[in-house]
Design a protein around this ligand. Structure first.
Ligand code: CAA
Length: 257
């Protein structure tokens, strides 16, 4: 498929999706959504791919949902289109997705980064939910995911004032997993993704599912779910191989990777 708003590449077993609307600072419109879903679902189905990196440009991961596309819509348009609901499909990608964020990740850009499994940020990254300054509020998960990630006080501060958070504050607050120099962002993200892609794919997908479950359920249900999935892993050949390799002091040779 030929893409117009994203660039799709592979690096070994890692799929790379780069948002590519430079003139609009990668603002997220319906075309970006359509193409991002097609590319991520294709990587998800591709047995040669074990992990995905989603990135933008040096200046902007994405400066938000496309304001110009939304501007003239009415309440009825938004309601009947169930506007933004399409993004949920991105969170159903089963293989790990690492967000590699440099520059602006604002509004829908911040929300898209939070839909990734974890975020590696360049020291130039700036996160924010400035929708309030447009007379609206986050609509792609910001009021919910940001609150779960950084806590109520900081989420309220971000959503109510629209201020930006720099990379250091984002790391301190738990929004991003690590901060790296801007010039090393893609390399670091690819290194992490390649590590994941070298491991047992079923174990990786089960682990992602278990961590995500912690956001959806109570602690006791989550713990029960974790134990059941952990037990089921003993049906994997990769469990036998991983533990045998440890005992024999050698590198594991996972079958499903
Ligand atoms: N939608 C549409 N176009 C956008 C955009 C957006 N979110 N963000 C930037 N652009 C466009 C600008 O209109 C401009 O286009 P033109 O050259 O045609 O005028 C181009 O990208 C470059 O932008 P600037 O000239 O503004 O660049 P800057 O360096 O001066 O400023 C910025 C950068 C601070 C990020 C500024 O562009 C900005 O404030 N952007 C909007 C941020 C925002 O409000 N995001 C939230 C959007 S609403 C949302 O996301 C809802 C939701 O919950 C999902």
């Amino acid at each position: 498929m030929a893409y117009e708003t994203i660039i799709v590449e592979t690096h070994g077993k890692v799929g790379i999706i780069t948002l590519n609307r430079p003139k609009a600072l990668n603002a997220l419109n319906s075309e970006v959504l359509k193409e991002l879903l097609a590319a991520s679902q294709a990587f998800d189905a591709d047995p040669e791919i074990g992990a995905i990196v989603l990135t933008g440009s040096e200046k902007a991961f994405a400066a938000g949902a496309d304001i110009k596309e939304m501007q003239s819509k009415t309440y009825v348009d938004m309601y009947l289109e169930d506007f933004f609901s399409g993004w949920e499909a991105f969170t159903r990608v089963r293989k790990p997705v690492i967000g590699a964020v440099a520059g602006y990740a604002l509004g829908g850009g911040c929300e898209l980064a939070m839909m990734c499994d974890f975020i590696i940020a360049a020291d130039t990254a700036k996160f924010g939910q400035p929708e309030i300054t447009l007379g609206v509020m986050p609509g792609m998960g910001g009021s919910q995911r940001l609150t779960r990630f950084v806590g109520k006080s900081k989420a309220m501060d971000m959503c109510l004032t629209g201020r930006m958070m720099d990379a250091a504050e984002a790391e301190r607050s738990g929004l991003v997993s690590r901060v790296v120099p801007a010039g090393e962002l893609l390399d670091e993200a690819l290194k992490a993704a390649a590590k994941i892609a070298s491991l047992s794919l079923p174990a990786v997908i089960m682990t992602k599912e278990a961590v995500n479950r912690s956001y959806e359920t109570t602690l006791s249900e989550g713990l029960r779910f974790e134990r059941r999935v952990f037990h089921s892993m003993f049906a994997l050949e990769d469990q036998k191989e991983g533990m045998a390799a440890f005992s024999e002091k050698r590198a594991p040779n996972f079958k499903n990777r």
